[in-house]
Design a protein around this ligand. Structure first.
Ligand code: CS2
Length: 468
């Protein structure tokens, strides 16, 4: 049986939550770069909830930098999509209404630049994944060999990458006498606002130092901590959603009920009332970010590599093995010892909640998905915690084991998805020959110098690797 596509005329079945505002009246205020699953289940849901409490011109234009499909699907569905939260208590589907436009940047660059130049747009949010920023891990500045960075420096008026679009958009606003938009990074990078600000300023300086001065003085780049587990949709996700909705939603998603957003309250020209949707506005996001990166994401990466090595396809499969669940707990406890107190958070309760979230039996989160891009994730998730643990006199054994699982995964997988895959594979070959992981420690900008210099900890990694 073929189903009708979801549109604004689709009658919503009882129990499906709908936007609590008049969509017809909604005008654009936000451009989102990286229109993927995480954005739809997180910032879009927060914006819907905020608009229901306090209406304003904060409609979202969803931009896909590479794939066309999501934008085609959006248009086919009047820019509507559903998000279904699932746990043992059952599904809760929500129709999201705050996205009111879509742009495929690769085909519609001018349309995107026109939006960025429009005074209506006051915030640009981003979820483009760690590797899309073109961050040089050695200098913390721009990686001039990154394909999008190199292209956008050569042709600044015809950008293809996230930083290039941000800078060209800001240049046009300055030329038009407008205020800059706030750049709100929602990727899992430590001090993400500061990182993006530095990259934007560096690219701007290279084209026009006066532009960089203006951005530095007038621009705003608040850091954020964002959290919700959102697996990539599968055929099963779509068919379960169609059953609940009675219509075909090609953008449907499953997620967990939990969601969290901590944001620094520094915006250049206003923002939605996200606090009314439960977001926490703070002076500095760093303690929250560190907690989440080390406890949630660090444990996630460790268990993803363990799962991949042991042939366990989903996070919940790893958590169902008591020995592995105990390892996840030990990892979190070790990571927690590296943290300062986090305002308003009970770290014990936070860890217990993470164990429950990872064990959610209704969420099919692939260990393979989390295993992607390890070279972009391990430094802030595992290695930074290792440095702090060693400085405290801890042996950081849990982190040596997590690192060993990553290396074992690189050695055994035939599907390594990582921007540094070639270097990692070469290091894996060498380390298999020599029986030592030292080739990994020799890769530039991967391990912090404190770990490269620490023979005792390197030996712990080697031992853990043998044990696997
Ligand atoms: C995961 C994250 O894929 C990954 O690397 O660790 O996407 C994680 O699910 C989110 O950060 C949760 O907020």
């Amino acid at each position: 049986m073929s189903m009708q596509p979801l549109t604004s005329a689709t009658p919503l079945p009882a129990g499906v939550l709908s936007p609590g505002f008049d969509r017809q009246r909604l005008k654009p205020g936000i451009v989102h770069l990286g229109f993927g699953a995480f954005h739809r289940a997180h910032q879009a849901v927060y914006t819907d909830l905020a608009l229901a409490e306090e209406f304003g011109d904060w409609g979202i234009i969803g931009v896909s930098l590479r794939s066309r499909q999501a934008v085609e699907d959006l248009r086919r569905q009047d820019h509507l999509f559903t998000v279904t939260a699932r746990d043992a208590s059952g599904p809760q589907m929500r129709l999201v209404g705050c996205v009111i436009g879509g742009i495929s940047a690769a085909d519609e660059r001018d349309a995107l630049l026109a939006r960025l130049e429009s005074p209506d747009i006051r915030i640009v949010t981003l979820t483009v994944t760690e590797k899309a920023y073109g961050l040089d891990p050695v200098t913390g500045g721009l990686d001039l060999t990154h394909p999008a960075i190199a292209a956008d420096l050569a042709h600044p008026q015809a950008p293809i990458g996230a930083i290039g679009f941000l800078v060209e958009g800001l240049a046009r606003r300055r030329a038009a006498g407008l205020a800059p938009y706030t750049v709100l990074c929602c990727d899992n990078l430590p001090t993400n606002g500061r990182v993006v600000r530095r990259l934007v300023l560096e690219m701007a300086t290279r084209r026009d130092p006066a532009l960089a001065d203006w951005i530095a003085a007038e621009g705003a780049f608040p850091s954020t901590m964002i959290d919700r587990i959102v697996p990539a949709a599968t055929a099963e996700t779509l068919s379960r959603a169609a059953e609940l909705l009675g219509a075909e939603d090609r953008l449907a998603l499953d997620t967990e009920p939990f969601l969290q957003w901590v944001i620094e309250d520094r915006f250049a020209c206003g923002r939605p009332a996200w606090e009314k949707a439960g977001a926490l506005f703070v002076e500095t996001v760093e303690p929250y970010e560190k907690m989440k990166l080390r406890l949630l994401n660090g444990a996630h990466s460790m268990l993803a590599y363990l799962g991949q090595v042991k042939g366990l396809p989903f996070v919940r499969d790893v958590m169902a093995v008591p020995e592995h669940a105990a390892r996840v707990r030990r990892h979190m406890a070790a990571a927690a010892r590296t943290l300062d107190p986090v305002p308003g958070i009970d770290l014990e309760a936070y860890q217990a909640e993470l164990i429950t979230r990872f064990s959610n039996p209704t969420i099919a989160h692939k260990t393979k998905q989390i295993a992607m891009d390890g070279s972009q994730k391990m430094p802030q998730r595992i290695f930074a915690a290792t440095v702090d643990a060693l400085a405290q006199g801890d042996h950081a054994l849990e982190f040596a084991e997590a690192t060993a699982f990553w290396i074992a995964y690189i050695r055994t997988t035939d599907l390594l998805e990582d921007p540094r895959a070639d270097e990692l594979r070469a290091a894996a070959r060498l380390s298999a020959e020599t029986g030592s992981p030292d080739a990994f420690f020799a890769l530039p900008g991967l391990f912090p110098e404190a770990l490269v210099q620490n023979a005792a900890w390197r030996a712990r990694v080697a031992e853990a690797l043998k044990a696997i």
